[in-house]
Design a binder for this molecule. Structure first.
Ligand code: HPA
Length: 224
């Protein structure tokens, strides 16, 4: 698709998931070639809006900061702290656009979060209800001191793609929730005291993503 903001990360895939009509978009591109700061978040959200989706479920991997957020956990964040910079983070700019300040007190859709919690309960998968998602610029991982600071500021999990995705969904009037997959201890925590060995994360990541798929399957079964 083309949008006024350029092209989305890749083709939008239409299909059925557990009997429901879904559109899937791989935000990093289908060859996983777009770094978090290179993603055209505006084009992605615009395209989904134009397709009249009912809502957006963002699946994303994160590092765990708080003790409750061990690798292998699934988390539904309820809050965001944005540490990104220089990303195109609003639709409301340019001379023709009126100045617009959207409310973002509660950055995730309460309804969509609850439906995901119910879907997880229905299929017996554990998900952690509530976390502060800290969004860093990347693509490098954080230093241990940065994670210490984020922890002091209230961050529970850390990722690189939650913003401006969430706020653009809000600006577009789309229900948006994130299903976060904890794949590693954040820098300086747990077994990441000396370094984060992302290449060793394959097995936990794979198994946890399969649990996320089960929750989504339960969600869409309920949504049919
Ligand atoms: N930091 C930032 N983003 C991430 C991490 C992390 O430790 N793990 C997965 N995405």
């Amino acid at each position: 698709m083309r949008t006024p903001y350029g092209e989305p990360s890749g083709a939008l895939n239409f299909g059925q998931f557990a009997g429901a009509e879904v559109v899937f978009l791989a935000r990093h591109g289908y060859g996983h070639t777009l770094s978090p700061h290179e993603i055209n978040y505006r084009a992605n959200i615009w395209a989904l809006k134009e397709l009249r989706v009912e809502g957006v479920i963002a699946v994303a991997t994160v590092g765990g900061i708080g003790a409750a957020f061990e690798p292998g956990s699934l988390v539904l964040p309820h809050q965001i702290i944005d540490y990104t910079h220089s990303r195109k983070s609003t639709f409301f700019e340019g001379s023709e656009m009126p100045v617009t300040h959207v409310d973002f007190t509660q950055p995730y859709s309460r309804l969509l979060r609850q439906r995901l919690i119910d879907a997880a309960a229905a299929c017996g998968e554990k998900v952690l209800d509530g976390a502060v998602y800290a969004c860093t610029q990347g693509p490098r991982l954080e230093t241990a001191a940065e994670i210490e600071r984020i922890a002091r500021e209230g961050g529970d999990v850390v990722g690189m793609t939650g913003m401006p995705e969430a706020v653009l969904a809000r600006e577009a009037g789309l229900e948006y929730a994130s299903l976060a997959v904890v794949v590693n201890h954040a820098a300086g925590r747990g077994d990441s005291v000396q370094e984060i060995k992302l290449e060793e994360l394959g097995a936990v990541t794979q198994a946890t993503i399969m649990r996320a798929v089960r929750i989504l399957s339960s969600f869409f079964t309920g949504a049919r």
